[in-house]
Design a protein around this ligand. Structure first.
Ligand SMILES: Nc1ncnc2c1ncn2[C@@H]1O[C@H](COP(=O)(O)OP(=O)(O)OP(=O)(O)O)[C@@H](O)[C@H]1O
Ligand SMILES: [Mg+2]
Length: 458
């Protein structure tokens, strides 16, 4: 491991020199500051395992430094030093997060002992994170990490079903890992050598759906200048993953049902059918029962699909997985960005464990990625996890906000989604008429509404 870090803040140069000498001998990397403002700036840039700060200094005094630095020193061992010891300031210091209060003249053997204790606790902490990361990797199941009982049960079910299941419905909120589950079913099944083809049903241009899935013959419609093989035929023997199956237009739903029932596909414009043997795994983050009740999804297709339904639980119901996921993502991104990040501070980890994660694992992953990109120290701290509070004063109340996620990335669809600008332009050209704008973009009205939601354009 790298050396533990200490920030020494004192207006008296001889004290800084004395403490620096001891800290060097105890194996610390050292930063010194002669006054409070400089200390706050240094704290904004670096994580410290130990901070020793003088109470009486010109400018900001030690208590004021603690008060302003509070949101950022959650995992720093803070020691206040003073030659004018008073019970009151000691109590204040403790309230502000100081762990200890040392009288001047300093008892040097106590200083040494203190540094050894901090060093030992940093080493313990790093060992824990390293073993969590290693354990997470050992517990990995087809790219999925999950220590919770729910995930372990899901893994068992996947292992049992994978050898023979024909049709599966995977449901769960956005970012919970539905696609990984689908891939696991494929990888552990007899078709692992064959294709795994993904169709993002919310992104396919409505008029092209049938031909994307089932192919077409020349002249089937304007623009069909040649034969085309559909995904079903090209994935013959393999798996088709129908992502966001709830977005499938009703007309295509009935064709899909026929394919599932007969095992035959018919290219658009052709009367012949061809045998086609594919495993269909469908995923949805909507409640398909509601879609059925409201007439947007065919009940017969629903029953056909949900013969086997796998439910992937949201992250907030399995928070015990968070430290393992975080440790694994951290390892991954630290390697990718070539950064010597070894772990997470305990208070940052608490923040992760308690956050609501509406975007589930994708959001957690993005958050760690971003933090690894921003992080400079050996440990990720709250600072990198909360964008709004990257400078002092942004959270004067000491309130720690949950991480704000970057926008979720979408899996690559068969046809790329129109971007935000395209949607805005289409709306403008259609004079605000959404149905017309959707038509102009060649997507379904429902897909269009989802885009409005995605780009926050309502
Ligand atoms: N158990 C897990 N362990 C490790 N990484 C995971 C796990 N579950 C999901 N991920 C990661 O989280 C991200 C989102 O997963 P995935 O794309 O499978 O979610 P999804 O349920 O299909 O989401 P959506 O409904 O938005 O399509 C991916 O980067 C995936 O690798
Ligand atoms: Mg997905």
């Amino acid at each position: 491991m790298d050396n533990p870090t200490v920030l020494l803040v004192d207006d008296e140069a001889p004290i800084r020199k004395l403490l620096s000498e001891i800290a060097t001998r105890e194996g610390f990397a050292i930063h010194t500051c002669p006054e409070g403002d400089a200390a706050l700036e240094t704290l904004a840039e670096h994580h410290f395992d130990l901070m020793m700060v003088d109470l009486r200094m010109p400018g900001l005094d030690g208590l004021e430094v603690l008060r302003r630095a509070r949101p950022f020193i959650g995992s720093t061992h803070v020691v206040l030093m003073t030659g004018y010891g008073s019970i009151d300031s000691a109590v204040d210091a403790i309230k502000l997060g100081a762990a200890e209060y040392l009288q001047k003249p300093l008892n040097l053997s106590r200083v040494r002992e203190l540094m050894r204790e901090v060093r030992a606790s940093v080493e313990r902490r790093e060992a824990v994170v390293a073993s969590e990361g290693a354990l997470a990797e050992r517990l990995e199941f087809c790219g999925m990490i999950g220590r919770s009982a729910q995930m372990q049960e899901l893994f068992t079910t996947i292992r049992r079903l994978a050898p023979f299941v024909r049709t599966t419905l995977i449901s769960g909120e956005t970012g919970v890992g539905k696609e990984l589950v689908a891939r696991a079913l494929h990888t552990l099944g007899p078709r692992r050598e064959k294709r795994f083809a993904t169709v993002n049903c919310s992104a396919v241009v409505e008029t092209l759906f049938e031909s994307e899935l089932f192919g077409h013959v020349r002249g089937a419609f304007t623009g069909a200048t040649d034969h085309k093989i559909g995904l079903f035929e090209s994935a013959d023997g393999g798996t088709i993953f129908l992502d966001e199956v709830g977005e499938l237009p009703l007309a295509v739903q009935s064709k899909l049902l026929r394919v599932l029932e007969t095992g035959e596909v018919q290219r658009v414009g052709s009367v012949d059918s061809r045998k086609c043997d594919v495993r269909v795994v469908a995923a949805t983050n909507r409640n398909l029962e509601v879609e059925v009740a409201e007439g947007r999804f065919r009940s017969d297709l629903y029953f056909r699909l949900n013969i086997v339904e796998l439910v992937v639980p949201p992250l907030r119901t399995r928070r015990e997985d968070i430290p393992y996921l975080a440790a694994a993502f951290l390892r991954h991104f630290a390697r990718e960005f070539k950064k010597p990040i070894a772990g997470i501070t305990p208070s940052a980890e608490r923040l992760l464990i308690e956050a609501p994660w509406p975007g589930n694992i994708r959001e957690l992953r993005n958050t760690i990625e971003r933090a690894c990109l921003l992080g400079e120290g050996r440990l990720l701290t709250e600072r990198e996890l909360q964008p709004g509070a990257s400078r002092f004063g942004a959270a004067p109340d000491g309130v720690v906000r949950p991480p704000v996620p970057p926008p979720a990335s979408t899996p690559s669809p068969v046809v790329p989604l129109p971007d935000r600008e395209a949607v805005v332009a289409a709306l403008g050209q259609a004079g605000g008429n959404r149905a017309a704008a959707a038509r102009a973009l060649g997507i379904s009205r429902r897909a269009f509404y989802r885009l409005l939601e995605k780009y926050a354009l309502q």
